[in-house]
Design a binder for this molecule. Structure first.
Ligand SMILES: Cc1ncc(C[n+]2csc(CCOP(=O)(O)OP(=O)(O)O)c2C)c(N)n1
Ligand SMILES: [Mg+2]
Length: 360
C-alpha cells in the first residue's frame, strides 16, 4: 500500500516579498487524535467485542441468504470493518445523528436498530425498518436518529451538513456523525461540504472509512493525495488518521473528536484506515488486489485483535468469546427466521409513501 505523501499546497512557503496571511497549516493531520479516553472498563470492552461479533455473524448470514435468493438487489458487506462502527458509535450519544452509506448494516446494528427490523428490511418485508421498501442500502430509522443508508457515493455528506446546520440554527445539542468511503473524497460534494462545515463551524464528525478501494479502483490510482486526513485539514479542521482495525483506538479518537465537536469547536475529521475482507458488492472477481495483501489485512482482523487483547489481559477467557459468538449466531438465526415468516407489503399499498400523507 503505497501512501504517496506530497506537500499540501497550504504549507508551501509564500513567495518572498508577498504579504499573504500565515498559511493555514495542516498540522492537525500529523498529530495525535484528541484523547477522549476509552469509556468504561472490562464490561464495556467485552460489549465492543459482542457488537463486532453480531455484525460479523449478521453479514455472514446475509451472504448466505443472498446466495439462496432470499435477499435481492445489491448487498455490500462490512466484514473486516466492524471496529469502525463499533468504536465510533460507542463514542456517540442518543441525541447524536448518524448518516451512513450503502455499506451500513454494521452502523445500523451497532446504533441499536432492532436486529429483527434490520434483517426483515434485508428480505424486503413489511416489518423491516423501511417497511421493506429500501432493502440493504436504505436502512433508516428516525427514532434512532439513523438517517440512512444512501446508495449515492458521497450522497450522505450534504445531508449530514444540512442536519447539522438545522441543529445549529435551532440551538439543538447533538453531533452529526457522517460515514463515507475513501471514494467519496474524490467527489465534488465532499469538498463543498468540507468547506461549508468548516466555514459555518457545523457540529459534524466526519468519519471517512478508508478501505483503500472504491469498487475495483485502488486509492492511489484515483486520487493524487492519498493522505485523506491531510486533505480535510486543508479546510482548517482538525483531522487525524486512525487505525481502523483497533476498536479501542477508534473509540478513543472518536470520543475526543466528538467531545470537541459537542463543545462547539466545529467539525472534526477521522480517517479510519480499514479494509474490507470481501468483494465490493456480493461478488466480484477481486482482480484488482492480490491475495497476499488481503491476507496481511486479515491477520489484523479487528475481532481477533480485540479478543486476543482482552484474553491476554486476563479480562475474558476463550470460553467467553465462544459464548458471545454463539449468542450472536443464535440471535441472527432467530432474526432470519422471523424475517422469513414476516409478510411482504400488500400490493394495495404499493403507492403509499411516495408522497406525504395527510393525517386522517
Ligand atoms: C455518485 C456515484 N458514483 C458512482 C457510484 C457507483 N459506485 C458504487 S460504490 C462505488 C465505490 C465507492 O467507494 P468508497 O466510497 O471507497 O466506499 P466503499 O465501497 O469502499 O465502502 C462506486 C463508484 C455511485 N453509487 N454513486
Ligand atoms: Mg473504499
Amino acid at each position: 500500500m503505497s501512501a504517496r505523501r506530497s506537500r499540501p499546497a497550504a504549507t508551501a512557503p509564500a513567495a518572498a516579498g508577498t504579504a499573504l496571511p500565515a498559511p493555514r497549516r495542516a498540522e492537525a493531520a500529523a498529530g495525535e487524535p484528541g484523547r477522549g479516553g476509552a469509556a468504561g472498563g472490562r464490561e464495556h470492552r467485552r460489549d465492543l467485542l459482542r457488537r463486532m461479533l453480531l455484525v460479523r455473524r449478521f453479514e455472514e448470514k446475509c451472504a448466505e441468504l443472498y446466495s439462496g435468493g432470499e435477499i435481492r438487489g445489491f448487498v455490500h458487506l462490512y466484514i473486516g470493518e466492524e471496529a469502525v462502527a463499533a468504536g465510533v458509535l460507542a463514542a456517540l450519544a442518543g441525541e447524536d445523528n448518524i448518516v451512513s452509506t450503502y455499506r451500513e448494516h454494521g452502523h445500523a446494528l451497532v446504533r441499536g436498530l432492532p436486529l429483527d427490523c434490520v434483517m426483515a428490511e434485508m428480505l424486503g418485508k413489511q416489518t423491516g425498518c423501511s417497511r421493506g421498501r429500501g432493502g440493504s442500502m436504505h436502512l433508516f430509522d428516525v427514532s434512532h436518529r439513523f438517517y440512512g443508508g444512501n446508495a449515492i457515493v458521497g450522497g450522505g455528506l450534504p445531508l449530514a451538513i444540512g442536519i447539522a446546520l438545522a441543529d445549529k440554527m435551532r440551538g439543538r445539542q447533538g453531533v452529526t456523525a457522517c460515514f463515507f468511503g475513501d471514494g467519496a473524497v474524490a467527489e465534488g460534494e465532499f469538498h463543498e461540504c468540507m468547506n461549508l462545515a468548516a466555514l459555518w463551524r457545523l457540529p459534524v464528525l466526519f468519519c471517512c472509512e478508508n478501505n483503500f478501494y472504491a469498487m475495483g479502483t485502488a486509492l492511489e490510482r484515483a486520487q493524487a493525495q492519498t493522505d485523506l486526513a491531510l486533505r480535510a485539514a486543508s479546510y482548517g479542521m482538525p483531522a487525524w488518521p486512525v487505525d481502523g482495525m483497533d476498536v479501542l483506538a477508534v473509540e478513543e479518537a472518536a470520543r475526543g473528536a466528538a467531545e470537541a465537536v459537542r463543545s462547539g469547536a466545529g467539525p472534526h475529521f477521522l480517517e479510519l484506515r480499514t479494509y474490507r475482507f470481501r468483494a465490493h458488492s456480493m461478488y466480484d472477481p477481486e482482480l484488482y488486489r492480490d491475495k497476499a495483501e488481503v491476507e496481511r489485512w486479515r491477520a489484523r482482523d479487528p475481532i481477533t485483535l480485540l479478543a486476543d487483547r482482552l484474553m491476554g489481559a486476563g479480562e475474558i477467557a476463550d470460553t467467553d468469546v465462544a459464548a458471545d459468538d454463539q449468542a450472536a449466531v443464535r440471535a441472527v438465526e432467530a432474526a432470519a427466521e422471523a424475517a422469513r415468516a414476516a409478510p411482504a407489503e400488500p400490493v394495495s399499498d404499493l403507492t403509499r409513501y411516495v408522497y406525504s400523507e395527510r393525517p386522517a
